[in-house]
Design a protein. Sequence first.
Length: 264
Amino acid sequence: MSQSSTSASRAQVFEDDGTPLQATFSFELRDGKTTLLFFSRGGTIGGPNERNRDYIIALEVLLARLGAGGARLDEVRLETLREQRVLNVHPVDLRTADAHEVKTRICREQISNRTRQIRLFFSGLNVVPERIEEFLSKGRAGAFEPGAPDWHEPAVLLSRTEGRARVRLSSTAERDPSLRADAIRVHGARCMACGFSFSETYGEWGADFIEVHHLQPISDGERVTNPAKDLVPLCANCHRMVHRKRGITLTLDELRAKLLTRPV
């Protein structure tokens, strides 16, 4: 593959149900770095160039699909004719991150209301290069089209250089590790949705391990957290399902209602 390779044209972003969004992107390889140039036009609400509200929807869709494909977000840059700079968005593993929270951080740092053009640098996407554009453009909608590629086929993995030391300053919602420990002491280390226990499955290696979910998203702002009332232990699968849809955080009861197999 060449040192610099770009998709021939911009691809439109579609929601999983096939709804087209007013946002496009181009896929580009730059000297071994995998990037997406994401574009949407903004403007004054009510004017001829009214702000395109599909921008934040499409950005979150792309982040969620990158995560579903196993990618890590390494860097975000603002790239417009007027301004080019690296945004203060720290690297994040999109497989486990909340796409809504990552999108919110990017929008907060972008501070641009007209030409919204950013470049996402990512790594680890487990999709063959020639199918990345279709996968990110249409997601599930593309999978249902006749003759569409099977995204579960074995992927061609690209080797990349990593491990370089890098110092970053960033702003993120602070978490108190002691609250997590207190929540586990109160509720135990068994998933409160499906009943899964890491220790019962992995023995000593999984003892006392569980993810802890904030019933009120921590991104909502600073507050007092009661580990007994505000935090619940969830296995990794259930935790992902709670945050699966953009802008929606399922309650514990709503999540339990979706389980096809009930805990014994």
